[in-house]
Design a protein around this ligand. Structure first.
Ligand SMILES: Cc1ncc(COP(=O)(O)O)c(C=O)c1O
Length: 389
């Protein structure tokens, strides 16, 4: 990259794709490509089989009780919008509260703002403490009876904080609230079992865990999905249609109008196989270790502020240098083949709270190495010389 060896530390934005996943897509298009659930011919049967078996694989990967609890989506953003429109449109009324946290990605904020504008519901935000953890001691104050939904991220994409999702779901359940976990930063990075977490919804993106862009899924607890009306109308999701009225399939097909991203689902299944071969426990240990090493090393640079917990955290580090704007530092790093992220990371309100225009973020995955951190440190050290000379 720019004549230098590439160091890719932008995995929280999207991961690179293993050849096995790319081959699975090619194989699908060469041998099984057709539309699903429609044809009575062999290719259509193969495509349907590939698509529905991917659903079974995702269900088992997330520890869902059945494949009917898995709705394929384009990713986390679409999954959350589905819940906001279909579930929120039916169950959230004027004066109800949707509880979020101060660390949510715009994907888990803007859909709720849109819902609040439509319904007159109120949004409230569980604060983030200075150490980057949620203010759990204030949960009772926020989790009051008027809260219809508590939606929070599993791992913060800016702070690396790992939220205690089981406890948050339990407390929400006790308060009578439905729960949604934003799994964008967790699905590919640590073992996830939605039944153990006890959430009602869990949304994730395939592209952050080795699968193609435009793939992902929403887990919805069966008895919650069953109560929800469709959100998009069209082919595939109906039982019968007259000019006046339609009846709809049960979940999950009710939520998948139109031709789905079959190849994406096939690629997602291949990515799951790949990650399971490595082991999510091992991936977590590896990424978290790289994050701790990176923190120790970055701290040695002058004028650096590091964000988020300094002990247990996901595999990413957000930091700000008082001697360079995040965009300038990222642009400098790019010249030397280092892919960092610089900016607000779709966390504008959180950045405002932290008092910075943005941060730099190094985010790791199983293919990253300690020697790449050495390389990052060489580049950051020379950046410091460059920006302060
Ligand atoms: C915590 C979190 N939530 C949601 C998203 C949105 O994911 P996508 O753009 O794949 O829908 C991201 C992406 O960076 C994220 O980090």
């Amino acid at each position: 990259m720019n004549g230098q060896p590439l160091v890719y530390f932008d995995n929280a934005a999207t991961s690179q794709k293993p050849r096995l996943v790319i081959e699975a897509l090619r194989h699908y298009y060469e041998h099984s490509n057709a539309n699903v659930h429609r044809g009575l011919h062999e290719l259509s049967n193969r495509a349907t089989e590939a698509y529905e078996s991917a659903r079974v694989k995702v269900a088992s990967y997330l520890g869902a009780a059945s494949a009917e609890e898995i709705v394929f989506t384009r990713g986390t953003t679409e999954g959350i919008n589905l819940v906001a429109q279909a579930w929120g449109g039916k169950f959230v009324k004027e004066g109800d509260v949707v509880l979020l946290t101060e660390m949510e990605h715009h994907s888990n904020l803007v859909p709720w703002q849109l819902l609040a504008e439509r319904t007159g519901a109120r949004l409230r935000f569980l604060p983030v403490n200075d150490d980057g953890a949620l203010a759990l001691d204030r949960l009772d104050e926020f989790l009051t009876r008027g809260v219809k939904l508590f939606a929070f991220t599993h791992i913060s994409n800016s702070l690396g904080t790992i939220n205690p999702v089981e406890e948050l779901c339990r407390r929400a359940r006790e308060a009578g609230a439905t729960t949604l976990v934003d799994g964008a930063q967790s699905a590919g990075h640590l073992p996830v079992n939605v039944q153990e977490i006890g959430c009602d919804f869990y949304a994730f993106s395939g592209h952050k865990m080795c699968a193609p862009t435009g793939s992902g899924a929403l887990y919805g607890r069966a008895r919650v999905l069953e109560t929800m009306p469709p959100w998009h109308g069209g082919g595939e999701m109906i039982v019968s249609v007259t000019y006046e009225k339609s009846t709809y399939k049960p979940a999950p097909h009710r939520f998948e109008a139109g031709t789905p991203n079959v190849a994406g689902a096939v690629g997602l299944a291949a990515a799951i196989d790949y990650l399971e071969c490595i082991g999510r426990d091992r991936i977590f240990e590896h990424d978290a270790q790289l994050a701790m090493t990176a923190i120790e090393r970055i701290k040695t640079l002058p004028g650096i502020r590091i964000f988020g917990p300094l002990d247990r955290r996901g595999g990413l580090v957000g930091f700000a240098a008082e001697w360079a704007h995040p965009h300038d530092l990222t642009t400098y790093a790019n010249e030397y083949g280092l892919a960092l992220r610089g900016g607000h990371h779709c966390n504008q309100p959180l950045m405002r709270k932290l008092g910075v225009p943005g941060t730099n973020r190094a985010s790791f995955y199983f293919y990253n190495t300690e020697s790449e951190i050495d390389r990052m440190m060489e580049i950051l050290t020379s950046a410091h010389r460059f920006f302060t000379r």
